[in-house]
Ligand binder design. Structure first.
Ligand SMILES: Cc1cc2nc3c(=O)[nH]c(=O)nc-3n(C[C@H](O)[C@H](O)[C@H](O)COP(=O)(O)OP(=O)(O)OC[C@H]3O[C@@H](n4cnc5c(N)ncnc54)[C@H](O)[C@@H]3O)c2cc1C
Length: 554
């Protein structure tokens, strides 16, 4: 084989009849190279082994102090170089494994289970919250991964993100600032990880973010049962829960099919509700809503703005989802009219999650600049009804009182007067917008806590009371239901007093609070772990630092 290759090479080099001689010369040359690579590999292996051996012995010797870990770097480099030469690979791998073994973290003993349930925790959902709290429970608070089960109705991690419209992106930027600042990537769900680092993108789309979550779940060896829907959670008198599940079925349009015949009933000491909001839109029959809302299409059912049939749309709602629709429809060349009860593009608050993100405004301005037909922004205009009209739809709406939005005046100077981008009508007058396509509802999400099977296991804040807790699930200091002991909530629906934990950089800071309460309940000593989480900005129980702002937004 080598001889044949050498002969060919000799021929290519223009050998003139004395091919055999040239081939022989090359063969000798390549054999010499082969021999010298092998000799070099042997030497690297020998030196690596000689350096690593005594260090490994020293670690194993209980009488001696452990050597400085940096001393292992040289033998590791030598052995890896040996692998790179493709010789002595088995031996080099064996030596490297010996080194890795001494670095393997010691198994920290766990207390014996203090209850009779098969599982310590069932986490409902494997999205950003479910994966985040799952890693916190098992990798940080050391619960047995076999006894913490994530139940996910989708067939993959991050099902909601896979369902985002193709063009939709994170609005909070990702940047791997860990190590140089006190905080870390805003979109990271676990300290030491960064979507910016994994994905090399600042504003991940849904597919990309789901990939990041999947990497974490896989590397963290989370125990996840896919295509399984939680249909009922039954608290037991003596503590713990029966969690009723069934096989999850998805229809052709991606909607979840009705409950199946009963599947397995899981028995767990604790349940963490992490079923999110995206798959539980605010639409149709929910009050207070306008007649004809059922004729509209919610933005969460759109898979791609570009591929959405039609070229003339009315978008109802002007916050993040509405502006995302505006930008994407407009830049695809589709005429777009946004009807919004609040001119969110003028709102300025101290809480960055309750005003439109800079990324959003940047794109909206871009949409205005680029669109052949500029979009229309109508506010404050509240939709009163939607009706069928011929083959299309009539959206009826009423103008509200003019509102002065204070605090953002300084901005207009920079971007040439966004304040004037909207159209305003006379208070109390009505308008009718006719559109050939079903109007798009970008009115946000009711959420799984309110629409899912755990609803009755929570007490609910008074709708009329105002503030962040109006209509919100009520939680104690550990994000446990005030009504059902042992049931916890994680994710964007968590609220306390004036604070709303609707973005990743907020709600991730409550994972450790939940994990701590559960771990202590299971008999773990958590003091050191809590301190560690606190020092990493992953345990937030003092909200005095956080700027709160409640409203229709977020
Ligand atoms: C337009 C838009 C832009 C956004 N941009 C940002 C941003 O820039 N930064 C940011 O921090 N946040 C952003 N968010 C919010 C962020 O996406 C959510 O807060 C986040 O997805 C919440 O994660 P989660 O795990 O709680 O919910 P999800 O990701 O929805 O996960 C819930 C999981 O539970 C599963 N599930 C639901 N019900 C059941 C059941 N009964 N049984 C079993 N499984 C079930 C679902 O399949 C799903 O996988 C944005 C949201 C939208 C809509």
């Amino acid at each position: 084989m080598v001889r044949a290759r050498a002969a060919k090479r000799a021929k290519r080099m223009g050998s003139n009849g004395n091919g055999a001689v040239a081939a022989d010369a090359l063969l000798k040359e390549s054999e010499a190279i082969h021999d010298s690579r092998r000799a070099l590999a042997e030497k690297l292996l020998e030196e690596g082994r000689a350096l690593a051996g005594p260090l490994i012995e020293q670690v194993k010797d209980p009488e001696k102090e452990d050597p400085d870990k940096n001393l292992f770097q040289k033998p590791v480099d030598l052995l890896e170089a040996c692998l790179g030469l493709d010789h002595m690979t088995d031996e080099a791998t064996e030596e490297l494994n010996k080194i890795m073994e001494v670095f393997e973290p010691e198994e920290v003993p766990r207390p014996e289970p203090n209850h009779n349930h098969a599982l310590d925790v069932v986490v409902v959902g494997a999205g950003a919250s479910g994966v985040g709290v799952g890693l916190m429970l098992t990798r940080v608070f050391n619960l047995d991964p076999e006894r913490v089960l994530l139940v996910e109705r989708g067939e993959r991690v991050g099902e909601s993100f896979h369902r985002w419209p193709k063009e939709m992106r994170f609005i909070s930027p990702s940047f791997n600032n860990q190590g140089w600042t006190n905080s870390f990537d805003l979109n990271s769900i676990a300290y030491g990880t960064s979507p910016a680092f994994t994905l090399q993108t600042e504003h991940p789309n849904g597919q990309e973010y789901a990939h990041y979550l999947n990497e974490l779940a896989t590397q963290g060896e989370l125990n996840i049962r896919f295509q399984t829907q939680v249909n009922a959670i039954e608290p037991l008198r003596k503590g713990g829960f029966k969690v009723k599940t069934s096989a999850a079925k998805v229809g052709e349009d991606g909607e979840w099919m009705g409950e199946e015949a009963e599947g397995e009933v899981l028995s767990a000491r604790y349940v963490v509700w992490a079923a999110g909001e995206f798959q539980y839109p605010r639409a149709k029959e929910q009050d207070p809503f306008f007649p004809g809302a059922e004729l509209c299409r919610h933005n969460s059912s759109v898979r791609s703005w570009k591929e959405l049939p039609g070229d003339d749309f009315v978008v109802i709602g002007g916050y993040e989802s509405g502006m995302d629709a505006l930008y994407n429809l407009t830049t695809c060349g589709k005429r777009t009219t946004v009807v919004s009860s609040t001119a969110f593009w003028k709102v300025a608050t101290d809480d960055p999650s309750t005003e439109l993100a800079p990324y959003t405004m940047e794109r909206v301005r871009d949409g205005f600049r680029r669109a052949p037909t500029p979009p229309r922004l109508l506010a404050p205009l509240r939709v009163t009804s939607v009706e069928r009209q011929g083959k299309g739809y009539a959206v009826k709406a009423k103008w509200g009182a003019p509102v002065e939005h204070e605090g953002g005046e300084h901005r207009t100077a920079y971007h040439g007067g966004d304040a004037k981008i909207e159209e305003v009508g006379e208070e109390g007058t009505e308008v009718e917008l006719v559109t050939p396509q079903a109007p798009l509802l970008c009115t946000g999400f009711e959420g799984s806590a309110a629409l899912g099977v755990a609803k009755d296991l929570f007490e609910w804040g008074d709708e009329d009371a105002g503030g962040c807790l109006a209509g919100a699930p009520l939680l104690n200091d550990f994000d446990e239901s005030t009504k059902t002991q042992g049931l916890f909530l994680v994710g964007p629906a968590v609220r306390h007093d004036d604070h709303i934990f609707c973005f990743v950089y907020k709600f991730r800071q409550r994972f450790a609070v939940v994990a701590d309460e559960i771990a202590r309940g299971l008999g773990f000593d958590t003091e050191e772990t809590v301190e560690e989480c606190r020092s990493l900005n992953m345990y937030l129980d003092d909200f005095t630092c956080c700027k709160g702002a409640c409203g229709e937004t977020c």
